[in-house]
Design a protein. Sequence first.
Length: 253
Amino acid sequence: MGRAFEFRKARKFKRWGQMAKTFTKIGKDIAMAVKAGGPDPDSNSRLRAIIQNAKAVNMPKVNVDNAIKRASSKDQDDFKEIVYEGTAAHGVAIVVECATDNTNRTVANVRSHFTKTGGSVGTSGMHDFLFERKAVFKIAKTEEIDTEELEFELIDYGAEEVFLDIDTDEEGNPKPAQIHIYGPFTAFGSIQKFLEEKGYELLGADFERIPTVTKKLTEEQMADVEKLLERLEDDDDVLKVYNNMVDASAVAE
């Protein structure tokens, strides 16, 4: 198993639990994808991937269709993607991905979240060496799929890690098994095309930032950092928040 699997195993914070906020964030993703590549999913691979993500969180089809229509109209606000980098309490590296129609508002809010929780916003690129941006796909696991054979096939398309993920819901019941596929940022298109052509049930396709260096914290220290993460993730302009902390008690030396 590789770094992406180990980091995911070491920390599983259940975020984006509020459905309305999740739908809002997906709506912004749709708007940016349509502006960049057009409203037709057949010719816009990024839009196809976002639609799959919407299905994964049970976003109604009518919501998706309306978001595409709004993005195609001249009245739709233009959202700009901005990435902020900073340091939380106890030296934890934070990367914040935003989509905003008002950069002054967004930077002021993000800076306030850091300051009020003992952190600080830094300069762009300061954490480039601490995170690697990866393409990540999730497909449904069936009896017909041999994970090892799939990994061998996907290597030719840029995949670096392929592993079976078995998780549980909030009540402790097992969820349907998924296969997670990680590859370089630049391999997104080739991996997506392979999975679609093979007819695999695509459950999600996105980008993640995987830390190359992690910061081990105690539970008390992690709670301090959580205060910042919660503030950031409640911000309507914030799409994703990444950090490099892990629970020291749960990670072997």
